[in-house]
Design a protein around this ligand. Sequence first.
Ligand code: AOF
Ligand code: ZN
Length: 362
Amino acid sequence: MAVASDRDYRYMARALQLARNGLYTTHPNPRVGCVLVRDDRIIGEGWHVKAGDDHAEIAALKNAQNAEGATVYVTLEPCSHHGRTPPCADALVKAGVSKVVAAMQDPNPLVAGNGLKRLREAGIETVCGVLEDDARRLNRGFVQRMTTGRPFVRSKLAMSLDGRTALASGESQWITSHAARQDVHRLRAQSSAILTGIDTVLADDPALTARIDADVLQPLRIVLDSRLRMPASAQLAKLPGRSLILTCSEDRHKIAALENAGFEVHQLDARNGRIDLQALMPFLAGQHINDLFVEAGPTLNGALLAENRVDEWIVYMAPCVLGDRGRGLFDLNIETMADKKTLKLADVRQVGPDLKLTYTVF
Ligand code: AOF
Ligand code: ZN
């Protein structure tokens, strides 16, 4: 394989920029961008918009019309399989391109190196690994689902300066600013699904939709409801798109009523009377969920933290005080300092008057 040049990095940066156009729409597919270059000039560009539509390479080929002798910069290895669309590797061979530079190999076991191999077999020079870290970060949910069978899990918390998420009465609207809540809508829009607990639904009757000024493929809405306390009148049932209830109840009568109301009900294994979180993650991956966004209360967040099931915690901290009688973030019983949960601070930034703290796990 050849070595990458400065020019390769520059064009790959452009391809990544194009891939980001699909941030809110490609799931369960990855976000992919592609640039075609000849004589140090861009002759075609494209990106993957949504599953079932052209892959990035095909969009760029169509944009260029004639790509003979071109170098292809693509943020993911061209596919070699027949999915919803035919293989991009074959289309590139047919178009007569002379070189393909990919940011990373496709972790999809149906591809996994075969796309690049097919190109090399056709006499096309290949390079892989240019701006690979950026490409992986853009599709970390897709990569994690393909390689581990679990989605990338991100949980959002909103708290006061003194670490409270609601008053003792349960009242919590609003602690953080409008700017922080807008930021949350962008995070929702990047996710394949939003997960919450039944207590949150009973308290707030939320819509769990991403409301931003852009085209968004709305995330699935998923509620953990082990005992089927969901009211058939909940707002979630009436929204377009899928709302799932995950339960361990076998009450056929209630299940039928909720299905009639518009919910999809799935039964999962129970552990200590609650949905087994270990079984939950492969179930979600089976639903093609790359990025899971958790917006839940202290019970579910406590369990997720205790079992280490979250990859990234996002905490918005508002400059207000709710007092010691307010509710905390995690319903956890920790007896000794040795048992405390420790996270790793990955990023700090200001959003309006609030702080946005990003933590990862060790
Ligand atoms: C590419 N270019 O732009 C994308 C790729 O069902 P399909 O046909 O859409 O195929 C989906 C799979 O193709 C997906 O899981 C991933 O392996 C690859 N995505 N490949 O060459 C693209 N989006
Ligand atoms: Zn493809």
